[in-house]
Design a protein around this ligand. Structure first.
Ligand code: DCP
Ligand code: CA
Length: 382
């Protein structure tokens, strides 16, 4: 059976996040980097026109592109968006691999036809762009290598589908440097032998490449021929717990929804404590009657107690909610879970709340969940 493997990669990721924060940076030569590392981390397409690229020493980039606006960068906000996109992908696909901070492989094999897989992929891309405002490119093909190369081809902010059987034809005109595993040394060695395009590489006898490059030569030849058996390594999410519920009739009463969120947080926090874990990221997901979905999340110091988790979740909800909104689904997710042997009174949210949580947990452990819950929370949604 032919596979359907989707590759997604954010465009100029760090720069794009900076542009969200400061729209004055749009359409300008922007470089994130410099600082202690002394290299370019991410650069806008405008800066690339001057020859600047990621990994280039700061001094060289400054010379090539004197007009560039330099930004030190802020890992916190890049991580925020990376986590948010991961959450959206996790919510919409059963099998994905996070390959880097801004890059994902998603196995869509099984969505009855390749065409349907692409339709699903397009929806997912639109959803990520809508929720984050970040430009994102993607490609669907029968394997990881072709999809990754095709995503590069689709940039900026594009999407492409390479159907089964068309892999070689698609790759043939591209320069060999587009193969992810072909580094600078390999490329110059091949170019010195007049092998410039992937098509030329594909038509060289594999034995010749093995002679020049050893075992690696055979893998490179396979890739040039559009062959790649590598699997999407399923992301095992032991690091989050979540709960969501779809309502029979849409809700618009703010207080009622808050109380449902409060009930969910209470339940999740109880689960967290019974697994001896803490969370450092809380996300709230809301789906409206028109199926538009929004996710908001916040990073916090390690927390275990109901009060703090609920407070943050409700804050996230209030950020999105406006009167008249009709809500069909609510979800809460706690992630960044860490096992903890630390005494709970060392957590940031120590104090009498913790003692109350423990007392309540003990009653629940003995008599079951329904026996006790806070006056202001609705626990029958789960
Ligand atoms: N990155 C980095 N140092 C590098 C390469 C990348 O810190 N040498 C960081 C910054 C990038 C992010 O990782 O924004 C993603 O790397 P990519 O290679 O995907 O580069 P971009 O997203 O910036 O650009 P592109 O549009 O080519 O994907
Ligand atoms: Ca990228």
């Amino acid at each position: 059976m032919k596979r359907a493997i989707l590759h997604m990669d954010l465009d100029t990721f760090f720069v794009s996040v900076e542009r969200l924060k400061n729209p004055d940076l749009i359409e300008k030569s922007v470089i994130v980097g410099g600082g202690e590392r002394g290299v370019v981390a991410s650069c806008s397409y405008e800066a690339r026109k001057f020859g600047v690229h990621a990994g280039m020493p700061t001094k060289q980039a400054e010379k090539l592109c004197p007009e560039a606006i330099w930004i030190k960068g802020d890992m916190g906000s890049y991580k925020y968006f990376s986590d948010l996109i991961t959450t959206i992908i996790a919510d919409n696909t059963p099998n994905y691999e996070k390959a880097s901070i801004d890059e994902f492989y998603i196995d869509l094999t099984g969505l009855d036809t390749f065409y349907n897989a692409f339709e699903h992929a397009k929806k997912l891309r639109r959803e990520i762009i809508r929720q984050t405002g970040l430009p994102l490119s993607m490609a669907l093909s029968t394997n990881k290598t072709v999809s990754k190369i095709a995503t590069g081809f689709a940039k900026p902010n594009g999407e492409i589908c390479i159907e089964a059987g068309n892999e070689k034809e698609f790759l043939a005109p591209l320069p060999i440097s587009k193969i992810p595993m072909a580094g600078e040394k390999t490329c110059s060695l091949l170019i010195s032998r007049k092998i410039n395009t992937i098509g030329e590489l594909a038509s060289v006898p594999v034995e010749l490449l093995q002679n020049i490059l050893g075992k690696y030569g055979a893998t490179l030849w396979e890739k040039a021929n559009g062959i790649c058996y590598s699997e999407v390594v399923k992301h095992q999410d032991h690091k989050s717990i979540s709960q969501e519920t779809t309502f029979d009739t849409d809700l618009s009463d703010e207080e009622q929804i808050k109380s449902i969120i409060s009930g969910m947080c209470e339940r999740l926090a109880y689960k967290l404590r019974s697994q001896q874990k803490s969370t450092n990221c809380i996300a709230v997901k809301i789906r409206f009657s028109d199926f538009k979905t929004f996710t908001r999340q916040i990073h916090i110091a390690n927390a275990v107690n109901d009060h703090l988790i609920t407070q943050q979740a409700i804050k996230l909800f209030v950020d999105i909610f406006q009167p008249e909104m009709k809500i069909r689904l609510i979800g809460v997710r706690l992630s960044g879970l860490k096992s903890s042997t630390i005494q709970t009174n060392l957590f940031i949210d120590q104090d009498k709340d913790m003692k109350l949580n423990h007392a309540v947990d003990e009653i629940r452990n003995k008599y079951g969940w329904k026996k006790i819950n806070k006056a202001n929370s609705t626990v029958n949604y789960r």
